[in-house]
Design a protein around this ligand. Structure first.
Ligand SMILES: Cc1cc2nc3c(=O)[nH]c(=O)nc-3n(C[C@H](O)[C@H](O)[C@H](O)COP(=O)(O)OP(=O)(O)OC[C@H]3O[C@@H](n4cnc5c(N)ncnc54)[C@H](O)[C@@H]3O)c2cc1C
Length: 398
């Protein structure tokens, strides 16, 4: 097969690896508009089940990804001057640049052609069996047929900036700071021995009230460093280098498509769907798309059938994640509803932000119901654990 991937992000690179592993005879080219090693963003999070899935598909790249990842278990929240710690599931983070390097090296070693510095505007590749539009949220290939794809975009209310810092956090850290113009908060996590990601968010009123809408990148970073001084402990915030487009305040766009393919053109990763960054899932979903598309194409040379199967599988798998992402984004947009709760309660509800029920139940009541449900679950687990042991002891005495 002759395959073309437009976009050398996680989706395109991983798909090219999987297809070469399936059949080294496949002729695969990945076109990336940026130079090699140039990308936006800092570290990206993922969870253990992604590693298992990557390992099942390509142990070599999975092990390289794991080797360059950092891990954390605790979540820490700072609200005003109070600190709350919560022990959660083990999470991982890797530098986005490092992830792309690992995937690019692996793809090249398998014989994939990587063409950097190549901006593609048309899906016009004579002889290609399949053209994969994995060119991100602003996909130009998708935009040419947005009517056919049924693209819908919803713009979030809050503004955010994806920053880096030299402060290395060893826990997943949230900090909520009250200013004269409203709340500003950040989520921060380490992704290497030198750097952490720090995503700052606030309402548009707070953003304008603080003057961030008219501040230069340097002025904006200096203001944020003052607001988060205690958290940063003397470390600097880092914006984007000009070559990467400069630090930007954005409003998150949630994107969906009714159809994911048109003739031999198929959407993958952020070009097909986005989920709010507060659930840290976009890269995982992009990699899972690649796995699903490669799976649907395995031994199936009727593209129509393979692409229909891919679309069906992924739209179904995405339903719960997209719902979680929407509610999570809303939780932050409704921060005043939760922020004055006792810090441990507020943090507990932060952990419940994906819940479709939470927006409709008074927060204090929701917290109590959730606590009761957790106690009940703990009691059930204790019964499941104790029951057989008790039975065995009694039985052996009888
Ligand atoms: C603030 C923020 C935080 C995030 N944090 C996380 C996280 O912690 N965990 C997580 O899993 N996800 C996270 N994400 C989401 C994640 O970054 C994306 O979902 C993921 O990168 C999607 O991968 P992709 O390959 O589909 O697209 P992209 O990574 O966007 O790659 C697309 C590539 O296509 C190239 N391209 C675009 N147009 C063209 C063209 N015309 N010709 C050639 N090349 C082109 C681009 O240069 C780019 O390299 C975050 C996103 C944001 C905004």
């Amino acid at each position: 097969m002759k395959l073309v991937c437009v976009g050398g992000g996680p989706a395109g690179l991983y798909f090219s690896i999987l297809m070469k592993l399936q059949n080294p005879e496949h002729d695969i080219t990945v076109y990336e508009r940026n130079a090699a090693g140039s990308t936006y963003g800092w570290g990206v999070t993922y969870w253990g089940d992604l590693f298992d899935s990557l390992h099942g598909n390509d142990p070599a790249s999975a092990l390289a990804v794991r080797q360059d990842s950092v891990r954390w278990r605790d979540g820490v929240a700072y609200v005003r001057d109070r600190r709350t710690v919560h022990r959660g599931d083990e999470g991982f983070a890797i530098s986005r640049r490092r992830l792309l390097d690992v995937l690019a090296v692996r793809a090249r070693s398998l014989g994939v052609r990587l063409e950097f510095g190549c901006e593609i505007t048309e899906a016009d590749f004579p002889g290609a069996d399949l053209v994969v539009a994995c060119d991100g949220i602003n996909s130009r290939l998708r935009a040419r047929h947005s009517g056919h794809f049924g693209t819908e975009v919803t713009v979030g209310n809050n503004t955010y900036a994806w920053l880096g810092t030299t402060k290395v956090f060893d826990s997943f850290t949230f900090a909520f700071v009250e200013t004269a113009h409203g709340w500003v908060w950040c989520y921060a996590y380490g992704f290497s021995a030198q750097h952490s990601t720090l995503i700052v968010e606030c309402s548009p009123e707070t953003w304008a009230g603080l003057g961030l809408h008219e501040a230069s990148q340097a002025e904006g970073l200096a203001l944020l460093e003052r607001l988060f001084a205690e958290l940063l402990d003397g470390h600097r915030l880092i914006g984007r280098a000009e070559a990467d487009g400069g630090a930007q305040w954005l409003r998150f766009r949630t994107l969906t498509n009714r159809n994911w393919y048109r003739d031999n053109l198929v959407l993958m990763g952020d070009a097909a769907h986005t989920t709010h960054y507060s659930i840290g899932a976009g890269t995982t979903l992009a990699l899972e798309d690649a796995i699903a598309l490669a799976g649907a194409l395995r031994g199936n040379f009727d593209p129509e059938t393979a692409l229909a199967r891919y679309q069906q599988e992924r739209t179904f798998a995405l339903l719960s994640v997209q719902s979680a992402a929407r509610y999570s984004a809303q939780w932050y947009e409704n921060l005043p509803r939760y922020v004055d709760l006792a810090p441990d309660r507020m943090f507990a509800l932060l952990g419940q932000r994906h819940s479709p029920l939470l927006p409709y139940v008074p927060p204090q009541l929701y917290y109590r119901i959730n606590q009761a449900a957790e106690r009940l679950e703990a009691f059930r687990r204790l019964k499941r654990w104790l029951g057989p042991r008790l039975a065995r002891t009694l039985h052996s005495r009888a």
